[in-house]
Design a protein around this ligand. Structure first.
Ligand code: IPE
Ligand code: IPE
Ligand code: MG
Length: 227
């Protein structure tokens, strides 16, 4: 794989956990458990491919509309994972950061997110951006409010006020699970992202699926408005 053509920032809308479970007559929550295993496989695969930044959509600002049981299960899964997996991050040299609205998140989740970010801050491999209580519109509004405190709103000032301003713009946006929409994911950052849709449900994703998406990306002709 041509290293100069590896996308710097890949974002994944990890979708299809519930349908994966339903097809097996399992509860939706079981699908989320398998989805977490897939996320770990793909973090390793992204590292191996030399991707610098990986944004993973774990919980949207709209996902609170789901049944309370499912919401608590997801919050617990995120919390337990962060508590238990420091070794996984250390072994893979992965730095973890968060994007999303902090004010809507329970204190115990925030504490785990912050602790993981602190403990992994010195790791120099892949950066994983966990999107929890994240909405693209919400991020833009928060950034616009912050940026307008210090002067006129410009693309530059708004970009600098995003949750992780050091991240490059999104190069490759992947959505799994047979849905072909953006669902409020990284709206600002995806202005010129290449889109890749996979019909596989997220729990079925393997390293080879990521390699295929990146190979597809490498065949695209990105023009950014020029000819
Ligand atoms: C994606 O899978 C995971 C989250 C949104 C947390 P879903 O739970 O949306 O699975 P489907 O789309 O219902 O199959
Ligand atoms: C997007 O998936 C959110 C995450 C993957 C976390 P959804 O399943 O919530 O999206 P919609 O409702 O199908 O658009
Ligand atoms: Mg879904």
């Amino acid at each position: 794989m041509a290293p100069d053509l590896v996308p710097a920032h890949v974002g994944i809308i990890m979708d299809g956990n519930g349908r994966w479970a339903r097809e097996r007559n399992l509860p939706r929550t079981h699908g989320h458990g398998e989805g977490l295993k897939a996320a770990k496989r793909i973090v390793r695969a992204a590292s191996d491919l030399g991707i610098r930044c990986l944004s993973l959509y774990a919980f949207s600002t709209e996902n609170w509309k789901r049944a309370t049981d499912e919401v608590s299960y997801l919050m617990d899964l995120i919390k337990t994972h962060l508590k238990q997996e420091f070794r996984f991050y250390r072994e893979n040299g992965v730095r973890v950061v968060h994007s999303g609205n902090r004010s809507g998140l329970p204190a115990d989740i925030l504490a785990e997110i912050d602790e993981t970010a602190r403990e992994t801050a010195g790791f120099t491999g892949l950066t994983v951006n966990l999107l929890v209580n994240y909405g693209g519109r919400d991020e833009i509004i928060r950034a616009a409010n912050k940026a307008s405190e210090t002067g006129a709103l410009t693309e530059k000032s708004l970009s600098a006020a995003l949750d992780n301003p050091e991240f490059p713009e999104l190069d490759l946006l992947i959505r799994t699970g047979r849905e072909y929409r953006i669902s409020n994911f990284l709206l600002w950052q995806s202005a010129y992202a290449e889109l890749w849709f996979s019909d596989k449900y997220w729990p079925d994703w393997e390293a080879s699926d990521l390699a295929e998406a990146v190979a597809g990306y490498q065949k695209r002709n990105r023009r950014f408005g020029s000819v």
